[in-house]
Design a binder for this molecule. Structure first.
Ligand SMILES: Cc1cc2nc3c(=O)[nH]c(=O)nc-3n(C[C@H](O)[C@H](O)[C@H](O)COP(=O)(O)O)c2cc1C
Length: 120
């Protein structure tokens, strides 16, 4: 079965225009491909750990082949749990409004957390 991860970056729920476009696409896609499993993730609803010094140290240790201490191991486990949800998908759909010529700020820490050496 194909798994699609639908990542929503607008906090506006059903009022979201980008979400409405993506929902329309998704309805057509799943009608044509009934076997697709959809996992919907709003970056506003998930519990994102702060990508702080412990997380950065854990990332650098992976990149340099060093062992984690207990604090870094906990930090890395938190990262891996979120990254694995992303990695487990076969296809991705992003609904992303423009905010001040960029993306809504909650999308950036999500990318920082999932984008890890050895995982993604
Ligand atoms: C905080 C904020 C910043 C925005 N910045 C821009 C922008 O730089 N350029 C633009 O064309 N629209 C901008 N918009 C308008 C949104 O992109 C537009 O309303 C879009 O429909 C919002 O998507 P949504 O309905 O999925 O939330 C901004 C809206 C918000 C709330």
């Amino acid at each position: 079965m194909t798994k699609l991860l639908y990542i929503q970056a607008s906090p506006r729920g059903e009022n979201s225009k980008s979400g409405q476009v993506a929902d329309t696409y998704l309805a057509a896609l799943t009608a044509a491909n009934p076997g697709i499993e959809v996992d919907t993730l709003s970056v506003w609803d998930i519990d994102l750990p702060v990508f702080d010094g412990d997380k950065v140290a854990a990332k650098i240790n992976v990149m340099t082949g060093q062992d984690h201490n207990s604090v870094q191991r906990t930090a890395w486990d938190q990262i891996a749990e979120i990254a694995n949800r992303f990695i487990s998908a076969d296809r991705y759909l992003f609904s992303v409004p423009m905010w001040n010529s960029g993306v809504p700020y909650r999308l950036k820490p999500y990318i920082d957390v999932i984008h890890q050496p050895g995982l993604l």
